[in-house]
Design a protein around this ligand. Structure first.
Ligand code: FER
Length: 247
């Protein structure tokens, strides 16, 4: 494992690169956590190990305001994350060992994966949004985020639940994003996993995304929640099977 920072217009992004044993040239997957998440969460590590087992190098990166990266959680926005992810893609493309590039993200990182897929459709062999929180722009326009309600036409200075607090700018940015446009722009392979008892991101959004993409594979994790605390082994097996089909 190699630990380092990637520059994103002056923001230092904390990164870890894990390569399969003895790997020379080969594929690389960028892997991104969700809202309030970080790169050491069980489901992120499990995804990383599953990919390493399939011969894929994995670059875990923490976005603005998360983990060991610069920025305050409260001040993060999806535009900052988009800027960060574009910097990471640019960095990954400079690595000599990389053949094919993949992008994977969980939840808000899955939403980010969908946006970047649409923005950089030529850069990825496939994208892997895991339980993608692509309803965030919709709920931001309606005025309810993770149980915190607000007036969507008169956005308050801060929005929060007690466990977390974000600035009104998070909401302002989210309200402008239209994920369907970016789904339409991406014609490559898409692999979506979603637990059908997800308490944070309704399962129906995974189903709907897999139907809207032209070329998606969808795996339901039956009886599982947002972070796959009950059947993480099934997620690992589904990821491995996807890369087996890719090989
Ligand atoms: C929301 C619902 C779910 C939301 C975020 C999530 C920020 C989940 C995000 C994650 O786990 O990354 O309204 O708003």
């Amino acid at each position: 494992m190699k630990e380092f920072y990637i520059d994103s217009d002056g923001t230092r992004l904390h990164a870890k690169l894990d390569r399969p044993e003895g790997a020379e040239k080969g594929p690389l997957c960028i892997l991104i956590h969700g809202f309030t998440g970080h790169m050491e969460e069980d489901h992120i590590i499990a995804a990383q190990k599953a990919m390493n087992d399939m011969g894929i190098s994995v670059l875990r990166v923490e976005m603005y305001g998360h983990g060991g990266s610069d920025g305050e959680f409260k001040n993060h926005t999806l535009y900052k994350w988009v800027t960060n992810a574009l910097s990471v893609v640019k960095y990954a493309k400079t690595l000599d060992f990389v053949t094919d590039l993949y992008l994977c993200g969980h939840s808000q990182g899955g939403l980010l994966t969908m946006l970047i897929g649409g923005m950089c459709p030529d850069d990825f062999k496939a994208i892997l949004p895991l339980s993608p929180a692509w309803m965030i722009p919709e709920v931001a326009r309606k005025g309810s985020i993770l149980g915190a309600d607000f007036d969507p036409k008169h956005i308050p200075e801060t929005v929060g639940s007690g466990d977390w607090e974000i600035s009104g700018d998070y909401v302002r940015v989210a309200q402008t994003i239209h994920v369907e446009d970016e789904i339409e722009r991406y014609e490559g392979r898409v692999f979506i996993v979603h637990g059908d008892e997800d308490e944070a991101v309704p399962y129906e959004y995974g189903v709907k995304a897999s139907k809207l993409y032209k070329n998606a594979k969808f795996v339901t994790i039956h009886g599982d929640d947002h972070c796959y605390t009950r059947h993480l082994d099934e997620v690992v097996e589904a990821i491995k099977e996807f890369f087996r089909e890719e090989a």
